[in-house]
Write a protein that binds this ligand. Structure first.
Ligand SMILES: Cc1ncc(COP(=O)(O)O)c(C=O)c1O
Length: 379
């Protein structure tokens, strides 16, 4: 058992065993469905864990020059690119060692196609399937005025010469039913193009590693689709599913503020800077050992350490069996995907350290951040 109170605070702590469990499941899916699953770096880019991830996944997808560079330096294998818009001044560097690239518009394909054909990167177009199960607008790429993906009516009957693939990303923490519906939509709107291409990338948002995901249904959906399009290489590029529930953000209670309502635990972490999805989505993260308070029970509210008035968990309070004290350890669950990649140093607060708990429970500190990291981003 790992003693989290001995780990530096604050700290993102990846639990290696859980990452391996996820990867084994994902690997099993890619083998059974005969598809390729690659890692979306935008969701998980903790490169000290890449030696483990590489054993299971054949490549990555990058959505910027820096992600592409990280992929080349630390991952290798297939490198897929999709950026909502490409920039002339970095394009040549971006496509180095890329195997696949998807364009968000026909104009951008026209702009860059010569460079692409010279460099022999297999090219695709991102399509908009005009369906998404995602309710939060901020995470819905298929809304009527979305800037992401080409709509069917814009594509016409024939794909431009040189286009070998289609890319579709419309899911977020979704299930296999949403995937089935997506494939129906792709066939209905883009079916005539599927004969002309070599690969179809089904994007991310497949929450394969969640306990409630129906893997057998996914395999059945893909297998049935493949019988109709056996010539297609099918890709999925999840981020969340790879690092889903693989570790915690370890924090400490620094102060307790009494109000007429809940007691507010002031922590050494911030929601806006270290757990931004809690405010963006928004959602209430689980805390290890805590639960929903009942009517008459003492309630604790979690507060961040920046000056932002909204830097607290407003989605609901917590109950702890033992009353909280200054110095107590708080473990926010499932804080490995979309956290380290999204953090900021707003307010000049310290960035959490990054560490790994090995399969034997021992802790290894991978990285700590200091004043120079803060200053280095400013001028
Ligand atoms: C194009 C694309 N691919 C893959 C992903 C990864 O999605 P997820 O982390 O939800 O699996 C995203 C997330 O926004 C995306 O925009």
């Amino acid at each position: 058992m790992t003693d989290y109170s001995k780990i530096p605070s604050p700290c993102y702590v990846l639990e290696k065993k859980k990452l391996i469990q996820n990867l084994e499941l994902i690997d099993c899916v890619q083998k059974r469905a005969e598809i390729r699953i690659i890692l979306a770096l935008k969701g998980f880019a903790m490169f000290s864990a890449f030696p483990i991830v590489k054993k299971y996944l054949q490549g990555t997808t990058a959505s910027s020059l820096f992600e592409a560079r990280l992929a080349r330096e630390e991952f290798g294998g297939e490198l897929h690119l999709y950026c909502p818009v490409y920039q002339e001044n970095e394009f040549q560097e971006l496509i180095q060692e890329a195997t696949h690239i998807s364009f968000n518009s026909l104009r951008q394909w026209e702009q860059f196609k010569e460079k692409i054909l010279l460099n022999q990167v297999s090219s695709g177009l991102r399509i908009n399937p005009e369906y998404s199960p995602v309710k939060q607008e901020i995470y819905n790429p298929s809304s009527p005025l979305s800037r992401l993906g080409i709509r069917a009516e814009k594509l016409g009957d024939k794909l431009p010469e040189g286009i070998e693939g289609l890319h579709c990303h419309n899911l977020c923490e979704s299930n296999s039913q949403a995937l089935a519906r997506t494939l129906e939509q792709i066939e209905a709107l883009f079916g005539h193009h599927l004969r002309q291409i070599k690969w179809l990338n089904l994007g991310g948002g497949h929450l394969i590693t969640s306990k409630s995901y129906d893997i057998d249904h996914l395999i059945q959906v893909i297998t049935s689709f493949k019988t109709r399009y056996p010539h297609l290489d099918i890709y999925m590029e999840p981020g969340s599913a790879v690092a889903w529930e693989t570790g915690v953000l370890r924090a400490t209670v620094l102060d307790l503020i009494e109000t007429s309502g809940p007691i507010i635990a002031m922590l050494d972490v911030s929601f806006t800077a270290h757990m931004p999805d809690c405010l963006e989505m928004p959602y209430k993260p689980c805390i290890r050992g805590a639960r929903e308070p009942k009517e008459a029970e003492p309630k604790y509210r979690m507060g961040g350490l920046t000056c932002l008035a909204g830097d607290f968990m407003g989605m609901g309070d917590y109950y702890f069996e033992t009353p909280l004290q200054v110095g107590d350890t708080i473990l926010f669950e499932d804080m490995i995907h979309y956290t380290m990649v999204k953090t900021s140093m707003f307010n000049g607060i310290k960035h959490p350290a990054i560490g790994i708990v090995g399969s034997d429970g021992s802790f290894k500190l991978v990285r700590e951040f200091d004043y120079e990291d803060y200053k280095g981003r400013l001028s």
